[in-house]
Design a protein around this ligand. Structure first.
Ligand SMILES: Cc1ncc(C[n+]2csc(CCOP(=O)(O)OP(=O)(O)O)c2C)c(N)n1
Ligand SMILES: [Mg+2]
Length: 376
């Protein structure tokens, strides 16, 4: 199997038939979500460069793999992001300032959101550990006779982890309503996908667990929506899990601490960049007369405004106290080792915090809101 599901045409490939369930409003909402994600991502890179966020894992170019699948979900479905989908919660009413604060390293009450309220799992940094969680939550839903599914995002590199195989196996055997959404951006930091697995098409892994696997064009939000929509219908009808491979390319660095020029040919990345999803989707929506230049710039202006106020909110947060390091680790009282560690921490003379720029005189400083910041 090498063909990818694709709706939006590219190069000499024509557009395919639009799924009939998607009307104008839906297409615009998917596009709006991509714009919000893009603006957040660009702003986060700029803030990191200014020393106002810690390290940051950018997802520039992967917006289609996030906005499309999310739009296919109902509000009751659980979603489980990895660090690469760090801002997806914004589309589920998690304040953008909370995600910024998370990247600033604020924990506990300052930086986390209520997972149950939003049905958005914690942003998962260890590779693939959230896959069994997604399976477990969807299994619970099945046992309770509910119709809620789980969608979990992970990368090509994650398919080499034990947690991936255990989660896939369990989901296959117990027919849990789980959507495994693998973003194959062809890189796991500096490891190319051909060194990750001897398999050519990751979607073929699904067969080993008795579930369907499909490869989609990961730069096409409508293809990502369609594959997820079909998988969810199947899951809700009791058909069990599905595996979706969104084939794309990591257009930027792995994160702000990475320099891909050291291990890959950036001319290759530049070639893939022609397919980046925002410009491609915008051109498509204009082709079918759903979007025009005015509406597009309105969407960007709105997104920039809301992200700018999220930056101001984040900057207004008090720096959390040392004690939060030990908060919310145990439900019961903290063990004596924690008390001892805390006393030790308090006794160490610390240099003054590198203070965020904080409240500035005049309008909140959010960086240059109009300067495009591409992958770096
Ligand atoms: C269990 C574990 N091992 C190693 C790492 C270090 N690490 C961080 S990102 C990454 C690469 C993951 O690549 P992939 O799954 O393709 O996701 P991508 O970063 O491309 O989105 C690795 C090995 C980690 N976070 N967790
Ligand atoms: Mg990858």
């Amino acid at each position: 199997m090498t063909d990818s599901l694709r709706i939006i045409g590219r190069d000499d490939l024509p557009d395919n038939k639009l799924p009939e369930e998607l009307g104008e409003k839906d297409l615009l909402e998917i596009f709006r979500s991509m714009v919000v994600l893009r603006v957040f991502d660009e702003r986060a890179v700029a803030l990191q460069r200014q020393g106002r966020l810690g390290t940051y894992a950018l997802y520039w170019g992967e917006e289609a793999t996030q906005a499309g699948p999310l739009y296919a979900c109902s509000e009751r479905d659980w979603i489980f992001p990895s660090y690469r989908q760090n801002a997806i919660g914004i589309l589920r009413a998690v304040p953008a300032s909370t995600i910024f604060a998370w990247w600033r390293g604020y924990g506990g009450r300052e930086g986390f959101y209520n997972v149950r309220e939003h049905r958005v799992g914690p942003i998962c940094v260890p590779i693939a550990t959230h896959l069994p969680h997604a399976v477990g939550v969807s299994w619970a839903s099945k046992l309770r006779g509910e119709r809620d599914a789980s969608l979990v995002w992970f990368g090509d590199g994650a398919t080499s982890e034990g947690d991936f195989h255990e989660a896939m196996n369990f989901a296959g055997v117990f027919k849990t309503p789980t959507i495994f959404f693998c973003v194959n951006n062809q890189w796991a930091i500096s490891t190319p996908v051909h060194k990750q697995t001897a398999l050519k098409v990751l979607a073929d892994k699904a067969a080993a667990y008795g579930m369907p696997g499909i490869r989609v064009d990961g730069f096409d939000p409508i293809a990502c929506w369609k594959a997820t929509h079909d998988a969810l219908e199947r899951a809700r009808a009791g058909g069990g899990p599905s595996f979706i491979e969104a084939y794309c390319y990591r257009l930027g660095a792995h994160g702000t601490a990475d320099d891909p020029r050291l291990y890959r040919n950036e001319a290759e990345a530049a070639n893939w960049k022609r397919l980046e999803p925002l410009a491609r989707t915008s051109a498509y929506l204009k082709r079918i007369a759903v979007l025009d230049d005015d509406l597009e710039s309105e969407l960007f202006v709105d997104a920039k405004k809301s992200i700018a106020s999220a930056v101001a909110e984040m900057e207004a947060l008090e720096h959390p106290s040392l004690e939060t390091l030990f908060d919310q680790v145990y439900a019961s009282r903290t063990p004596w080792t924690f008390e001892e560690s805390l006393r030790e921490l308090q006794s160490v003379e610390r240099p003054p915090e590198v203070k965020p720029l904080g409240a500035q005189p005049g309008p909140p400083s959010t960086g240059d809101a109009d300067a495009p910041v591409g992958p770096s």
